[in-house]
Design a protein around this ligand. Sequence first.
Ligand code: SF4
Ligand code: ZN
Length: 420
Amino acid sequence: IKIKITNIDIPVAFASAFEGEIIRRKDMQVEFDGSRVDCAELVHTCDASEVEDHKITVVGPEVDDMELGSKNSIAYVVKVAGKNMQPDFEPVIERKFHNYINCIEGVYHTGQRDMQRIRISKDAFAAGFKIKHIGEVLYTQVKNEFDAVVDKCEVIIYTDPAECTRIRHEVAIPIFEKRDDRLNTLTDESVDVYYSCILCQAFSPSHVCVVTPERLGLCGAVSWLDAKATNELDPNGPCQVITKERPIDENLGSYEDVDEAVKKLSQGALEHVTLYSIMQDPMTSCGCFECICGIEPFSNGVVIANREYAGMTPLGMTFSEMASMTGGGVQTPGFMGHGKHFISSKKFMKAEGGIERIVWMPKELKEFVAERLNKTANELYGIENFTDMIGDETIATDPETLVGFLTEKGHPALALDPMM
Ligand code: SF4
Ligand code: ZN
């Protein structure tokens, strides 16, 4: 018999009412920021003999040892064991961490994988909240919500920076890459159904992601396989099956089935959503997109900025400025939040011509996607080393210099029809 734990042993409240709570810089004791230092969150399936149930270990400094207002590393590994547990369920459990940690009074969480950001408020700290309590929350919630598959659970939280670097680069990233590779053989045409995800409605009440094999959730953490596993674990949960039997326009990626699902799941806020266009009924964005793309009128192309990039883009806007006009679950034609892996997808704004519209990306992002993007460009248009034609902040941060560079490289976007 499994018993639900109703009372979590932490010094502050735990309730969904705190989920949308934002902690401003002046109110925060400390923060952890995966976009600036090494962080990770990971569920790891183990043999029952390797897991000591309810053991919570902190490796490194506690909050008391961290300077007020400081930015720190954090990596937590949640070891689980159970005879019905499958590694396919790991990312599904991981994605719930966002929700669990956010329900803690005075603690804020955003992002996922190795890009999470956590803030602990001064009030929570004063009440005695410590790193180990994050472990307590993860343990309790994983045991409660995934009792069908998790029999034993142990949490190790690293705050030691060297250990966080090791966990992130040697353990977490190789696992994330392996998961992403599993998807490479699937296409939107090769599957019978897509999935919805509404996990982010706590923050963006009308936001719905439609997840397909070639278009992962904009957070980057929910692939079609993850959505499928989520649906298997909880058929009434955040991911629902969307059939694709009634296509309206295959080029736009519009379906009557998708429109119906989105209308229902957004409580009527959205009527039409296309899968492959950023101009016509684009998918909405919540707040946790890994990247934003926006049209750059001088080159007929799009600029992409990722969350980690703090500098200026040729649109005259930073990532944050682009984000402020894109989020909140509303459709903003010409701007769209998306996952990093969507950049190399054959379905990336396919309706507007596809990846050959990409004219600028931060250098780091360009390097991250280069291998996959170059492969796609070669397959779609026969272009070799496409990323060499794409500008970055070392080449241009204004449209004039960018267009000069694109002209010199013979970038294909210049010859395409304007997008608006
Ligand atoms: Fe789900 Fe989309 Fe939120 Fe990711 S961004 S958790 S896919 S709703
Ligand atoms: Zn979101």
